[in-house]
Design a protein around this ligand. Structure first.
Ligand code: AHR
Length: 498
């Protein structure tokens, strides 16, 4: 019998809501068709913003949305995307399939989107293909309340009030598509750019430097060495993707395990990158961030490989849950995580096709996990052991059960993943310090087929089922189905509201 013990009397720190952040790039059909349609479209929209997509996102309370890339950011010139739409230039999207970028969706449209879904904007500036002047002007355009030419331009374009954008990325993947810099050269560029990114009243900047590709130590060591104690840096962002051979929907049981195993490597990244950062920043003034993460499967047959469109199965949902549990458990160590990407690209929460919209298993996991946002993390001990698997390209061990716990508004949220493809797991759950009865509501996402997914023809193949129970004392038993994500909300009179 497995056992999970949740200590309701100890607090491990607040789970930053930003760990549940999102990312949207001008790539494939993420922006156009995904978030945005022509205002004249028959698809219900508010000034071009799709209402179905916006409503789905509102429900899961996205704290922050990163835009416009990704690789696209370092070839994006923000002035192309402001002013009368019919006058905006048509450019070639060099990173993503030479698609013609109409610039119909630009800064003002993005700000309206953020406002509509309740997310804080996070803008990624152009270091690789742009200039210091261009980025400092974008900051002034967004944030200056006075009477400068840039502020007048913003007002003439419909926004007299500044947008007050605090969160800015200084480039993206500058070790690759963002200019192929070595760490030392990027550190020099970082200092030069950030020097001129100004804190205007009401919008103190939070500047994020480009971190490593995965858990590579060398970029971090050399970047910070060269930075030499320079202080105008608030966040440092790594990227972490995982994938296997096969495809998004056609994979063996071994590849199912292989992907889950690879996704858990993000925990090692967090621990080891923070340890490296600590050598240069022992007081932890610089936040560790992961501003792109998720599954990246081989190209979907019949689609443009440069559009990175992929289906999203129960396997992706389990990756989302395992990863969010890692972030929750390390909420003291990691400040923000934005999944790649929100709509129609990579590990999407939402897929659209014409006027249709499908919510993926990853979406349902974000919905189920939203109680963790802003909650107090609680120690949860999983006395569950592990099992071994042989994967296509790797063999290893996976935990029988994994998860995290938190406390908010007098209720405990316990999320639990059973990564085994065919074995259910019987488990005793103990909430320490509770003697009286508790009420429990539960949401569970699972399916007998580990390749199950939601399609436009069958959009509800996977959706959480719910249940509730009244429990005596602080202990109860639950059987976690094979290949499942379960979120329990547990209330007892004695819980101290967090
Ligand atoms: O998310 C897709 C791409 O992955 C991004 O544009 C880039 O930053 C990363 O390589």
């Amino acid at each position: 019998m497995q056992k999970i013990v949740v200590d309701a009397n100890t607090r491990l720190g607040r789970i930053n809501p930003d760990l549940y952040g999102h990312f949207a790039e001008h790539l494939g059909r993420c922006i156009y068709d995904g978030f945005w349609v022509p205002e004249t479209s028959a698809i219900p929209n508010c000034g071009g913003l799709r209402l179905d997509v916006a409503a789905a996102l509102q429900k899961i309370h996205p704290p922050v949305l990163r835009w416009p890339g990704g690789c696209f950011a370092d070839d994006y010139h923000w002035e192309d995307g402001v002013g009368p739409r019919e006058k905006r230039p048509r450019r070639v999207n060099l990173c993503w399939g030479d698609d013609v970028e109409t610039n119909a969706f630009g800064t003002h449209e993005f700000m309206r989107l953020c406002q509509l879904i309740g997310a804080r904007p996070y803008l990624a500036g152009n270091v690789g293909g742009g200039s210091v002047r261009e980025m400092r002007d974008w900051v002034e355009y967004c944030n200056f309340a006075g009477d400068s030419t840039r502020a007048r331009q913003r007002a003439a374009n419909g926004s007299p009030e500044p947008f007050r954008v605090s969160t800015w990325g200084v480039g993206n993947e500058n070790w690759g598509c963002g200019g192929h810099f070595c760490p030392e050269d990027y550190a020099a560029e970082y200092k030069r750019f950030s020097t001129y990114l100004h804190d205007f009243p009401g919008a103190p900047l939070y500047l994020i430097a480009c971190g490593p590709d995965g858990n590579k130590p060398e970029w971090t060591e050399r970047f910070f060495k060269k930075l030499g104690g320079y202080k105008r840096i608030h966040g440092y962002a790594a990227h972490y993707y995982c994938g296997t051979a096969g495809s998004a929907t056609a994979y063996s049981t071994e590849q199912f395990y292989e992907l889950l195993h690879k996704s858990l490597y993000v925990e090692r990244l967090i621990i080891e990158q923070r340890a490296l950062l600590d050598r240069f920043d022992p007081e932890r003034k610089i936040d560790l961030i992961i501003d792109e993460w998720g599954t990246w499967h081989p190209p979907t047959p019949g689609t443009n490989p440069k559009h990175l469109w992929q289906q999203n199965t129960l396997r992706d949902g389990l990756v989302a849950a395992l990863s969010l549990d890692v972030f929750n458990r390390h909420s003291k160590t990691i400040a923000m995580a934005t999944i790649a990407q929100t709509v129609n690209v990579l590990q999407a929460l939402i897929l659209t096709q014409g006027e249709q919209m499908v919510l993926t298993p990853t979406y349902h996991v974000y919905d189920m996990y939203q109680h963790h946002q802003g909650a107090e993390s609680l120690p949860a001990t999983f006395e569950c052991g592990d099992f071994s698997f042989r994967g296509g390209a790797l063999s290893g061990r996976l935990p029988v059960l994994a998860g995290s716990a938190s406390l908010k508004e007098g209720a405990i949220t316990l999320s639990v993943v059973n990564p085994h493809a065919s074995n259910a797991a019987e488990c005793e759950i103990e909430i320490t310090g509770v003697a009286e009865s508790m009420s429990m509501t539960l949401n569970e996402l699972t399916h007998p087929d580990i390749r199950a997914h939601n399609s436009f023809a069958a959009p509800e193949t996977l959706r959480p089922r719910s249940g509730k129970a009244t429990l005596r004392g602080g202990r109860f038993k639950h059987c976690f189905p094979a290949a499942s994500v379960t979120v329990m909300r547990i209330c007892a009179a004695g819980f101290q509201p967090a």
